[in-house]
Design a protein around this ligand. Structure first.
Ligand code: IPE
Ligand code: MG
Length: 225
C-alpha cells in the first residue's frame, strides 16, 4: 500500500490524512477482492523498518489500525473474511495486540477471503525467526527443505502469492515476502494507494491473466498448456 504520503502531499494535506485515505481504500479493496473471488489477500501495512519514521507518524499509524479494527470488524466478519497477522505482535502496544488477537479469534472460522495483514513484518525478520525456531526444535540439517522452511514462516499453510501489486511506482521489494515471492508475478503501477480503486485492481488482474508463468521452465511444459 505505497504512496499514501505522496497522495496527501499532492493535496497539501498532512501525511496522516494520506494514511487515513489509504485505510478507507483498503476497505474498498477488500470488498472488491471478495467480489473478484480472490481467496488470499495480503496487505503490507507496516514494515519492521517503518518504526524508524518520525514518532508522530508511527503513533498515528498505530491509532489508525486500532480504529479500523473497531470500525470494520463486524463488517469483515459478515463478509466472511478471516483475518490473519504476519509479523511480530510482541512489539505492538498491549491494547492493539489484544484487539488484533480478538479480531483473529472472532473471524477464525470464516473462509471466503483469507486476509493477511503484514504489520511489523519484515521478510528478513521472518526468515531469522523461522531459523531460530527450527534450531530450537532441533530440526536436522537433512530435514531442512523448502516445505520445512514454509512451515516455520508466518505464512505457514498459505500458498505463495501469485501476484504482488505495488502502488506508487517504486520498483523494489522492500522486504516483503522475500522467500514466498520467488516466482510471484509483479505488477507495479504509478497509481498512489488511496487512488487504487476497483478499476485499477481489475487492470492488475487482467495484466496477471496475460502473463506466461514458467517457473524457470518452458511454456509448453506448464500444466494446462
Ligand atoms: C504507505 O505509504 C505505506 C505505509 C508505511 C503505511 P507511504 O507512507 O510509504 O507513502 P509515500 O511513499 O511517502 O508516498
Ligand atoms: Mg512509501
Amino acid at each position: 500500500m505505497d504512496g499514501n504520503g505522496r497522495w496527501a502531499q499532492a493535496r497539501g494535506l498532512p501525511r496522516l490524512a494520506g494514511h487515513r485515505a489509504g485505510t478507507e481504500n483498503l476497505r474498498r479493496v477488500i470488498t472488491a477482492s471478495v467480489e473478484f473471488g480472490i481467496q488470499y489477500l495480503t496487505i503490507y501495512a507496516f514494515s519492521t523498518e517503518n518504526w524508524g519514521r518520525p514518532q508522530d507518524e508511527v503513533q498515528g499509524l498505530l491509532h489508525i489500525v486500532a480504529d479500523v479494527i473497531d470500525r470494520e470488524l463486524d463488517e469483515l466478519n459478515r463478509q466472511g473474511v478471516q483475518l490473519r497477522h504476519l509479523g511480530r505482535l510482541e512489539k505492538l502496544p498491549k491494547n492493539l495486540r489484544k484487539k488484533v488477537l480478538h479480531a483473529i479469534e472472532i473471524t477464525k472460522n470464516n473462509d471466503r477471503l483469507i486476509l493477511n495483514i503484514a504489520f511489523n513484518y519484515g521478510g528478513r525478520d521472518e526468515i531469522i525467526y523461522a531459523v531460530r525456531r527450527m534450531i530450537e526444535d532441533q530440526v536436522k540439517p537433512e530435514e531442512v527443505t523448502i516445505e520445512k522452511v514454509n512451515q516455520y514462516l508466518f505464512t505457514a499453510g498459505i500458498p505463495d502469492p501469485d501476484l504482488i501489486i505495488r502502488t506508487s511506482g517504486e520498483m523494489r521489494t522492500s522486504n516483503f515476502l522475500i522467500w514466498q515471492a520467488a516466482y510471484s508475478e509483479w505488477y507495479i503501477t504509478p497509481c498512489y494507494w488511496p487512488d487504487f480503486d476497483k478499476e485499477e485492481y481489475r487492470k492488475a488482474l487482467q495484466a496477471y491473466e496475460n502473463r506466461d508463468r514458467r517457473f524457470g521452465r518452458l511454456s509448453f511444459q506448464q500444466e494446462g498448456n
